[in-house]
Design a protein around this ligand. Structure first.
Ligand code: CTP
Ligand code: CA
Length: 223
């Protein structure tokens, strides 16, 4: 196996993958989070490893084991994911953001458990940082791949994110009504900054990840 790995198309390439949800605490016992099993991101980490890359996986809380040979860094909040991502990206050639990062966190984390009363409860929320956009700003040369899970206007939203975040590729998929979440299968439409589009038809998340990794290997500028 070691021989196969070291001779793969991504041998010598250092990749960072973010995966899973983030958790934003509201008080000592509660948090805000996103639906994400982490499966697709973990599969991408394993597929990049199988092509010979050395892979760092920055993961929110999931029930998954780290893929063999992949270095996993466990984080909880979006801020922790940002700090770990900026540190890891400094040594990387490719950065793939598969994480479902919370867009909002508590404006103020309550020091004690919030007690219920008979009235409505309003929470003040503040924006989290955009990990991908910050990584792009810090590392203009890095090959950056984002994901976009959409319930409507897939191509329009995905292309908007591709441009706004300065990505090289964005892998978009439909979510909702039993699609993608906690499912074994997935399908992706991959849009490139050059205007290209590449369909990855419905397959296991492992197979979808292999095809995405192959696309990354094909597109990655090599020295
Ligand atoms: N992302 C990120 N940091 C965030 C939010 C998103 O790095 N704070 C990354 C995700 O990992 C994904 C891509 O950006 O690769 C798109 O995430 P998405 O939630 O679809 O996009 P947003 O820009 O947050 O837009 P919205 O949620 O409004 O659709
Ligand atoms: Ca979001």
């Amino acid at each position: 196996v070691a021989r196969l790995l070291s001779s793969g198309p991504l041998s010598g390439v250092r990749a960072v993958v973010t995966a899973g949800p983030t958790r934003e605490p509201l008080d000592p016992v509660r948090f805000l989070t996103n639906r994400s099993s982490g499966k697709q991101g973990y599969a991408v980490a394993a597929a990049l490893r199988d092509l010979g890359a050395s892979v760092t996986l920055i993961s929110g809380p999931t029930s998954l084991a780290a893929p063999a040979g992949v270095q996993r860094i466990d984080i909880e909040t979006a801020q922790q994911m940002l700090d770990a991502s900026l540190a890891a990206a400094a040594q990387a050639d490719v950065f793939v953001a598969a994480a479902a990062v919370a867009d909002y966190k508590a404006a103020q984390i309550a020091g004690q458990k919030i007690k219920k009363n008979d009235a409505e409860l309003s929470l003040a929320l503040a924006r989290t940082e955009d990990v991908l956009a910050r990584v792009r700003a810090a590392f203009p040369q890095l090959f950056l791949v984002g994901f976009a899970a959409e319930t409507e206007k897939l191509e329009e939203h995905a292309r908007g994110k591709l441009a706004r975040k300065g990505l090289d590729l964005i892998a978009a998929n439909w979510v909702g009504e039993g699609k993608a979440f906690d499912q074994e299968h997935n399908s992706l439409q991959v849009f490139g900054k050059d205007g290209s589009v590449h369909a990855i038809e419905s397959a296991s998340k492992a197979e979808v990840a292999r095809r995405l990794a192959a696309l990354i290997a094909e597109r990655l500028p090599r020295i």
